[in-house]
Design a protein around this ligand. Sequence first.
Ligand SMILES: Cc1cc2nc3c(=O)[nH]c(=O)nc-3n(C[C@H](O)[C@H](O)[C@H](O)COP(=O)(O)OP(=O)(O)OC[C@H]3O[C@@H](n4cnc5c(N)ncnc54)[C@H](O)[C@@H]3O)c2cc1C
Length: 386
Amino acid sequence: MTPRLPHSADPNSADVVIAGAGVVGASVAYWLTRLDPSLSVVLVERDRSFAQASSSRSASSIRQQFSHPLNIRMSQFGLAFLREMGIAVEEKGYLYLGAAAQLRALHSTQRAHGADVVLMNPEEIKQRFPWISVEGVEQGSLGLSGEGWFDGPALHAEVLRRAREGGAQLVDGEVQGFERDAGGRVRAVQLAGGSRIACGHAVNAAGPWARRLAAAAGILLPVHARRRTVFVLSCPERLPDCPLVIDPSGFWFRPEGKFFLAATTPDPDQDDLPLEPNYAEFSEELWARMAHRVPAFAALRVERAWAGYYEMNLFDANAILGAHPAAPNLWFANGFSGHGMQQAPAAGRGLAEQILHGRFESLDLAPLGFQRLIEGRPLAEANVIG
Ligand SMILES: Cc1cc2nc3c(=O)[nH]c(=O)nc-3n(C[C@H](O)[C@H](O)[C@H](O)COP(=O)(O)OP(=O)(O)OC[C@H]3O[C@@H](n4cnc5c(N)ncnc54)[C@H](O)[C@@H]3O)c2cc1C
C-alpha cells in the first residue's frame, strides 16, 4: 500500500476516495475496510437516493452460464457472497435455448469450472416445462443450482451498510476531476463546488457515468450508458417452475412474484437516452415472438415498465478492473455490461486486494485489466445478455 495519509475523521483527506456508492463502489469500500480496518475510506455519492443508479434498476439475476471461466468464477463468488450477506436467491436457474453445437461447447467449459448445468434436448425441455414451445430449438441448457434472482437493492443496501459499519464515510458530492502530480498519480479528487479530498488512491465506481469521470483524467474508457427497458407483465396462466429464459431470437423473461419481467436489446442502441421506459420496445413483433415461445403469452398484458442504464463496455462487454498505466493510483471498476450486480462482490474484493497489496490474492482478475484494451485484445464472452 503506497503513501498512507494520517488517519483522521476529516473528509478532507482519506487513504482511498471512491466516486460513486452504487453496489460496485460500496463493495470496494466494504472489502477495503474488511481487509484493513485501519484504512480511511470515503465514498463520494452525488445522489444518496440512488434513484437513477443501475443498482436500483437492475433485474438482479445471477448465473454461471458464461463462456469465460473468469466470469463463471466471479459469479460463483457472487453467489457465496449473497449467502453470506443473508440475501435469498430464488434458484430457479437460467434456461438458454439455442443451437446444439454452441450450447454443447459452452457446457463443457461451464462443467469444467464447477457450474451445475445440464443440457436438455427438446423433448426433455418439453417434459420439464410443458408450457414452452420448442419449435426451432435444437438444445437447451439449464442451471440446476446456483442461478436465479435476488433482491438487488437489498444487496446494495447491505453492502453499503457494512462498509459504513466498517468505517467508510459516505459523503454527499460529485467528483468532477483529479489533482495529479507530474507522474500522473492522483493527489486529490476535486468536488463540484470547489472542495477537494486529498487521497492516496482514487476509485472510479461511477457506473454508467464512468466514461465522463475517466475523461476528466484524460483517460478514454469505452463505457457507454445504454438504456434498457424492463417490462412488468401479467399473464393469466401460471408457468410452473419457470426459470429465466434466454430466447435465441433476442429477448429474456423470468417470473417476478405473480408477474413476469422481460426485456430485449433495443435497435438502434444509443447513448445517454433519458431514463424513461420506451414502451414502443414492447412491439407487436416482440409479443409475437414471446407468444411463439410460450403460447400462454398470447394473453400477456403490460402492467408497467422501468428503464435503467447498462454500463456497456463497447470494447468487449466485460468489466474493466484496475488502474490505467497513465494514472497508477486511479482505479477503475466499470463496464460490467449487464452483469455487474452479480460481479460486484468479486470485483470489490479484487480491487481492494490490488489497492492494499498490489496484487490479486483470491481470484486473479488481471485479465480484466486495461492492458487488453491497450493491446486491442478483447476478452471474449459468448454469453452477453444485451
Ligand atoms: C435493466 C437492467 C438490468 C440488469 N440486470 C442485471 C442482472 O440481471 N444481473 C446483474 O448482475 N446485473 C444486472 N444489471 C447490471 C447491474 O445492475 C450493474 O452492473 C450494477 O448495478 C452497476 O453498479 P455500479 O455501482 O457500477 O453503478 P450504479 O449503481 O449506477 O452506481 C453508480 C453511482 O455513481 C454515482 N455517480 C456517478 N457519477 C458520480 C460522480 N462524478 N461523483 C459522485 N457520484 C457519482 C451515481 O449517482 C450512482 O449512484 C442490470 C442493469 C440494468 C440497468
